[in-house]
Design a binder for this molecule. Sequence first.
Ligand SMILES: Nc1ncnc2c1ncn2[C@@H]1O[C@H](COP(=O)(O)OP(=O)(O)O)[C@@H](O)[C@H]1O
Ligand SMILES: [Mg+2]
Length: 358
Amino acid sequence: MAEEHDAVENDAITLSNVTKTVLTADGPKSLLKDVTLHFEQGGIYGVIGLGGAGKSTLLKLIDGRLTPTSGTVTVLGENLAKLDKPALARFRTQISRAGVFPAFDEERTVLESVAIAAGEAEDADRPDEAARAKALRLLREVSLRSQKDAHPSQLSGGELQRAAVARAFASSPKILLFDEVTAAQDHIEGREILRLIQQFARESGATVVLATHEIATVKEICDHIIVLDRGLVVEEGSTFSVLADPQTDQTRVFMEAVSSLGKVDALLAGHDPVVDLRPGQKLIRLRYVHEDVSEPLVSLITRKFGIDVNIMLADVQIVGKYPIGGIVGVFEGPERNIRDAVAFLRSKKVRVEVLAEN
Ligand SMILES: Nc1ncnc2c1ncn2[C@@H]1O[C@H](COP(=O)(O)OP(=O)(O)O)[C@@H](O)[C@H]1O
Ligand SMILES: [Mg+2]
């Protein structure tokens, strides 16, 4: 399948069998192991993993700050290993990046910093009128117009991060790399920052790669997810498919953090009275793992099969346009009717687990 690993025309970024190994006091350590990934132009990609998984390393390989030990990194049609220093510098003007604590020049106003990014490289320090106008427009979009003449230390962390998003898009980059940009923000600020990234990305057609340890972040705006675990890509795909039906423990751990459906396992293990069943009752977990579950299935089965469903836990979130998650409920009624209801749910592509019965 060698050709599958080659750069594809539609790709903004291709990593083919990339390994990055560094020497540490304990010997060689592989930060990334045989990573093959395709990032299509215009996609918003979330790279998720725990601390040390290799997320930042991946971003640094994409913009040429690191070189792979083996394998190939192809970005915007260029094999980065083949670029000399000036070519690499030119190449990097097409990429923007922002990190957890954005660095701004304290001597300049926010407007000046964003205008410099918006300006042509040659007159970097003296942005022209067009660059200033663009910067002003971007600052208005990130709700910082009234603070345009503020210096960085006069802005809150969230405001500075919004300024960083404006600056990142100011140069009209083809690729943007965001490393934990919401990690230092509160929930509301974080969502606003993500919304802005999504809006600017859609308007400009840029490719975004967002590294984070928070599943909520990727769920919010990413259309693709890459799950990294200790240097390995353990799962990847559309955000819906990865989150609705995780195939690895690593992804499940991330999902458990934001879903209440797993709580029932602890209740069962602890013989909690809540999960004590009367004769004829079954404790059943339903999970929505396909994109086409839209009918009100619970009310449907109670009517259609003449059973009762007492919902104990429910956790349904909309990802993209579709519900993921599910419910845990006590099903009660004639054995046969429950069996038919379960078969019906399965035919509707709902995953059904009978957790306990009496
Ligand atoms: N230059 C280096 N030398 C040795 N170890 C490194 C180096 N850079 C990163 N690491 C280690 O590699 C692992 C992956 O790092 P990183 O890509 O920053 O992970 P993440 O961003 O997912 O937290 C971490 O354990 C980190 O300590
Ligand atoms: Mg990191």
